[in-house]
Design a binder for this molecule. Structure first.
Ligand code: SF4
Length: 348
């Protein structure tokens, strides 16, 4: 029987990203150079298999291609209901195209998320692009001018914790509480550690511990708790790996990937992955050009990719025993931690 879903969402990586962030959960891959025809073909491949199709032309940097307006219109044409625009943008483009941020505003965008790692050197290094910090400062002013509130996130690692006082001063210098309030959008800031997958897996040695949380300035901690609706930073950052290992050591359950309303990543070589963690060989469902969409969907539905097989068949206690570190004080949410272990096993 032909696979059929209520909704399939496609996020196709047509142009990649100008950055190479150290924390990038999507991983570092070459930038593809694909255009409208490729997106039409990808959408046509999946069209017979869903009642409703939603198509996006990016899964790394939104609006990175020069023809971003044409691509937005094409995504709307190929989708059964598209938008609103995500509260994400291309900072690279914003600093090079004065009409870009007003265009975002014309689509109804009221807030946009930006990522700082502290000062210029740390932000450029973590973003993987010289000039990233200056582009961000430029983007903050351009957003406010256009009536869009910047929302700022930062990632906490052992070598970024000492950047936090700088970040706190920056928020005060930019006067973001007052300037965002004037737009009717409360200024929002939050810290987190992200997920330990893709390029970010290499940051495992720098992963934050409870001792690092104690160094977070009070104001940034309070803003973070407010953003996540949590009572403490510990509740935001999760449990230590040691505690997770202890708690999961007796857990004999498995958790197969949920299959309803899939979101698929399509990379620049037409490989397809589920939107669960970094697109990587362990999660590969197949290739649209060489195997076709039906084979891709059957792999997905029957849990045939190596990582899906692990999720469906390996009890959590076995994953933890084989790949966890019962001495580690690193902090993880439970789901992100299990994905780290599944990714390790799928490479073994
Ligand atoms: S985190 Fe986002 S901006 Fe940074 S490299 Fe990955 S896709 Fe690009």
């Amino acid at each position: 029987m032909q696979p059929f879903f209520d909704t399939i969402t496609l996020a196709a990586d047509l142009r990649g990203c100008p950055n190479r962030c150290l924390h990038c959960w999507m991983g570092h891959r070459p930038n593809p150079h694909l255009g409208p025809e490729a997106l039409r073909e990808i959408a046509a491949d999946f069209r017979p298999y869903a009642r409703r199709l939603v198509v996006e032309d990016w899964n790394r940097e939104p609006d990175y291609p020069d023809n971003y307006r044409e691509m937005w219109a094409l995504c709307s044409e190929l989708s059964d209901g598209h938008g609103p625009h995500f509260e994400l943008m291309s900072v690279w483009r914003a600093a090079r195209d004065e009409s870009y941020i007003p265009w975002l505003r014309s689509l109804g965008v009221r807030a946009v998320q930006l990522t700082f790692f502290g000062g210029r050197a740390a932000t450029d290094r973590y973003t993987g692009r010289p000039g990233a910090y200056d582009d961000l400062l430029w983007a903050v002013e351009a957003l406010l001018r256009a009536g869009i509130a910047p929302r700022i996130q930062s990632f906490l690692y052992r070598d970024t914790v000492n950047e936090l006082p700088h970040l706190q001063s920056l928020l005060a210098d930019l006067d973001l509480d007052r300037r965002c309030a004037r737009l009717g959008v409360p200024f929002d800031f939050f810290l987190h550690q992200g997920s330990c997958d893709g390029a970010a897996e290499a940051l495992y040695p720098l992963w934050p511990t409870p001792a690092d949380l104690e160094q977070v300035p009070e104001d940034l901690a309070a803003r973070t708790c407010r953003h996540f609706g949590k009572a403490s930073l510990r509740a935001v950052f999760g449990d230590t790996e040691a505690d997770l290992c202890r708690a999961l050591a007796q857990d004999t359950s498995t958790h197969p990937l949920e299959l309803d309303d899939p979101v698929f990543f399509v990379d620049g070589a037409f490989n397809v992955y589920p939107n669960r963690t970094a697109p990587s060989p362990g999660w590969l469902l197949g290739n649209l050009r060489t195997q076709g969409p039906q084979a891709v969907l059957e792999t997905y539905l029957h849990h045939r990719s190596p990582a899906q097989r692990i999720l469906a068949t390996v009890p959590i206690c076995d994953l933890v025993r084989a790949y966890g570190d019962p001495e580690s004080q690193r902090l993880f949410g439970r789901g992100d931690y299990l994905d780290l272990l599944v990714n390790r096993m799928s490479r073994a």
